[in-house]
Design a protein around this ligand. Sequence first.
Ligand SMILES: Nc1ncnc2c1ncn2[C@@H]1O[C@H](COP(=O)(O)OP(=O)(O)OP(=O)(O)O)[C@@H](O)[C@H]1O
Ligand SMILES: [Mg+2]
Length: 350
Amino acid sequence: MREKHPIHTTLSTDAMRILERYEKELGTKNTVLERALLGMDKLRFKDKIDTQSIIRIIRRIKTGIPGFDGLIEGGIPEGFVVVVTGPPGTGKTTFSLQFLLEGVKNNERCIFFSFEENAEQLINQSIRFGWDFGEYVDKGYLEIFGFSRFSTEEITEIIDIFKPKRIVFDSLNIFSDITDFRRSPQWRNILKVIKDKKITCLAVTEKSHGGSANEFDEFDFMGDGVISFDKKQKNEFDTYPTCNIQIQKMRLTKLNEIAHQFVIKENGIELIGNMGIERKAFNTLHANRAKIERITTIDRELRISLNSIIGFSELMIVKAPGDLNEKQERYVQNVHASGKHLLELIQKRS
Ligand SMILES: Nc1ncnc2c1ncn2[C@@H]1O[C@H](COP(=O)(O)OP(=O)(O)OP(=O)(O)O)[C@@H](O)[C@H]1O
Ligand SMILES: [Mg+2]
């Protein structure tokens, strides 16, 4: 039986016995069961992979963005579709171009499908950053499809022919309704090709300004990772908004979720700081300010009360409300002296 079906060689003896019994009973080979048993064998193989070896097995693709890869254990896991999302003008396209630059520099074939900009504009943008994309296009490492109007079938075909290691789609919002798109067989076909060929992919999507960091859409659920871009004032004292980037999701990865500040310099995007640390400083500043406000209020209340104590005790000392006995006079002198002493203390402190 083994010689008759060489495909069975990876099956255990028990699985072989089951298949042989069914074949005898049905008089023909049970291919459905065979496939199921082969799948189970693969699962058993996976079970043997321990935590350390799985960490080694996951190949991480460097993004080429200084300061970024360290936040995700060294890079994006190979074959991931990562959603790059955010409001207009926050750096999504620049980040994506820089990601492809890292690829072509390592002799990887890369494709940029832009649905909003033409190839010339994208090449000009890269030239401004000193990236020679034209050279990589000439050498055959890079394809930029500007104002791409390909159908999803054509995109699948291009991927099949060009065999890229990295792809950018900028942006997916051009495709009909988000929910329909995610579920469409066409997009699922593209995804299958991307996954089968282990292509690492950035899918740019759009969000409106002022949204909360926790407002997710269907694209975010679709992605293996979500990198969120934003531009906002760090605190009320800032005149200009700051660009920041936050990794909200990266499957198979222990990630640093703190928002990081970045700048777009003459040679591209670079992460410079941790918004979390700045937020802590901001929180401390706020706490201190609240403390000062509390003290000022207490100070004012004390002065008002002391002025009453001193004023009324003075009235009693000059016997304005009427005569006092000797004891009462002594006590009111004490109240007056203590009130004045407290007021002097407060005045000295401020
Ligand atoms: N050479 C440069 N030096 C510094 N900043 C630049 C340079 N080129 C572009 N920028 C700035 O980078 C910002 C982000 O540009 P980018 O096209 O990457 O944003 P985006 O998120 O893709 O926007 P959109 O959603 O509109 O496509 C621009 O608004 C621009 O101010
Ligand atoms: Mg863009």
